[in-house]
Structures are given as C-alpha cells and as structure tokens.
Design a protein around this ligand. Structure first.
Ligand code: C2E
Ligand code: CA
Ligand code: CA
Ligand code: CA
Length: 284
C-alpha cells in the first residue's frame, strides 16, 4: 500500500500479498482439512504400450477446498511437507489407494489385479513408521504387496545413504515395487541405479515432450533409447509419463518403453472411471 504523506512509497505487490496469505491460510487449514475429509484421490491409468491394456493406476491427491475449489497437489503438497502434515496425509492416501485396489479386484474377479502407484514424499521416507504403516495397511485390506508400487523421486534418492535406503529395501523385499519418479531430471548417476532397490524407472515428462514431432529429435531419441536399454539391462521396467498424443505413444513404444501414462489415454479421474477402462480393456 502507499504510505500516507510525503513522497515515500512502500512498494507492495498485491498479488504477492494474496499469494502469501493463501499460502499461510492453506498451511494452517491443512490439518482440519484432513480431519474433515476435504482431500480426495483421482486415478490415472497406466497402460501397457505393447498390448494397450490397463495395468495399474497412479493415485493423485486433490483438495476440495471450501473457498478455493479443487486445488492440485502442487499447491499444497509442498506446504504439507514443510509442516510435516505430509506424513499423516501420505498415510491417508496410501490407505485410500490400497483400499481402492482391493475394491477393483473384488469387482473384476480373478483377472490380474490392477496395480496401484502411490507417491511418497522425501519426509515419508525418513519417517520411522513407513514400513510398519505400509505392512499394516496392506494386511488390513488383504492386498498383496506386489499390487503396490511406491513412487519416489529421483532427487529424493540422490546421494541417499544406507539409512535412507533401508526402509525401501525392506519394502522391496516384501514385494512392493519401487519406482524412481521424474527420472532424468536430477543429475543422474546411472551407475548409482544398481544400489537402489527400484524396479521401475518413470521417465520424466520432459522426455515425452521431446517426442512430439514425428520423427522426434534424433538426440532425444538416442537419449531415451540409451536409458531404456540401460534400464532393461538392469531388469528395470520403463514407464513414460505425460503422453498426450498417439505419435508420442508410438515412438515411445518403438523405443522399447514398457508402460505409459498420460492424457492420450485418460486424465486422472474418479475410481469408477478406471474400473470401466479396465473392464473395456479386458473385454476386448
Ligand atoms: P507426478 O508424480 O510426476 O504426477 C504426474 C503429474 O502429471 C500429475 O499432476 C498428472 O495429473 C500430470 N499428468 C498426467 N498426464 C499428463 C499429460 O499427459 N500431460 C501433462 N501435462 N500432465 C499430465 P498432478 O496430479 O497435478 O500432481 C503433481 C505432482 O504432485 C505429482 O507429480 C506428485 O509429485 C505430487 N503428488 C500428487 N499426489 C501426491 C501424493 O499423494 N503424495 C505426494 N507426496 N505427492 C503427490
Ligand atoms: Ca508420480
Ligand atoms: Ca513423475
Ligand atoms: Ca513431477
């Protein structure tokens, strides 16, 4: 605001003020929002590039804020990480997603269960309850560990020491898949991959964007080709995210990527939609 008299001005950026208030307001509203059940989850299918079948879904959290409407995770996950609320929020997401996997399986009979991917923030990784909470949640729902895939960003594991990797190793030994999310965005020490208990690389969206033209930029092609062959030689599956067009899907399939996710197949949506997609898929 302008100060009263004289030629002194207090520089103010009303938008920055609004943002700060919202940030602060959102941060303090988070715990009650969790208690009141204002969060919900959308699911986005993971599609096998070879046969087009739905193999699983990623759980993506949203906040139905009473004043601001639906807020995406980029608006509140960083705040929840900052205050530590991400631990109970993340546990809630895991609970919901695992229970959803149970429901899908019950409705689809004994066909291969739709697998469920859940994002883990770095704070959850260092929280001592992670392994036990995960075991409890799976057992309570009667869901096998192999149905679950936990996604951890590459940057969270850069320079990870054994203490950080231990819980992930235990989960991996139980049969839970660990995916390295946003792969290729950090500095990628590819040799480091061998010591990480991961079984899936999720290639960052930026690579998919490089496949927009047909044929794609030859350098992009070479890079993805290299990553895929390295991943496969280490027995890792490659998932690509952000696939928006058929041309991208086709090029990524030709490059040997295993699974894809993106608007080309489906936007994130309510759980029933995914069930329908999977059923249509099973029928033909
Ligand atoms: P992410 O894990 O990389 O998730 C993929 C994001 O890409 C999602 O954004 C998804 O909606 C979006 N997306 C999917 N297909 C396309 C496409 O074809 N084109 C484009 N442009 N985007 C696509 P969303 O839902 O806004 O989530 C953003 C990030 O928030 C996620 O990135 C993840 O890091 C984080 N997040 C979401 N849910 C959770 C959660 O439960 N826990 C934690 N810790 N983080 C979460
Ligand atoms: Ca993810
Ligand atoms: Ca990602
Ligand atoms: Ca991301």
């Amino acid at each position: 605001a302008k100060s009263a008299g004289g030629n002194r001005f207090e520089l103010a950026d009303p938008e920055a003020d609004a943002r700060a208030i919202t940030r602060h307001g959102l941060t303090t509203a988070l715990p009650a929002a969790l208690e009141r059940g204002e969060f919900f989850i959308e699911y986005q299918p993971l599609v096998h590039l070879g046969d087009g079948g739905v193999r699983g879904a990623e759980a993506l959290v949203r906040w139905l804020h009473p004043q601001h409407g639906v807020l995406g995770p980029d608006r509140f996950i960083p705040l929840a990480e900052h205050t530590g609320l991400i631990v109970p929020l993340g546990r809630w997401v895991l609970e919901q997603a695992v229970d959803q996997a149970r429901q899908w399986r019950e409705r689809s009979g004994d066909t291969d269960p739709v697998r469920i991917n859940v994002n883990l923030s770095p704070c959850q990784l260092t929280h001592p309850g992670l392994v036990q909470d995960t075991v409890d949640i799976l057992e309570r729902a009667g869901v096998e560990p192999r149905v679950l895939c936990l996604e951890v960003t590459e940057s969270a594991l850069i320079g990870a020491d054994d203490d950080l990797l231990k819980p992930l190793r235990r989960l991996a030994e139980m049969g839970v898949d660990i995916a390295l999310d946003d792969f290729g965005t950090g500095y990628s020490n590819l040799a480091n991959l061998r010591r990480l208990p991961v079984s899936v690389l999720k290639l960052d969206r930026s690579f998919t964007q490089g496949m927009q033209q047909f044929p794609a930029d030859p350098v992009d092609l070479k890079i993805v080709e290299g990553i895929v062959s390295l991943a496969h030689s280490l027995d890792l599956a490659v998932t690509v995210e952000g696939v928006e067009t058929g041309a991208q899907a086709e090029q990524l399939r030709l490059l040997g990527c295993d699974t894809a996710q993106g608007w080309y197949y489906a936007r994130p949506g309510p759980p029933d939609r995914l069930h329908e997609l999977a059923l249509v898929d099973a029928a033909g």
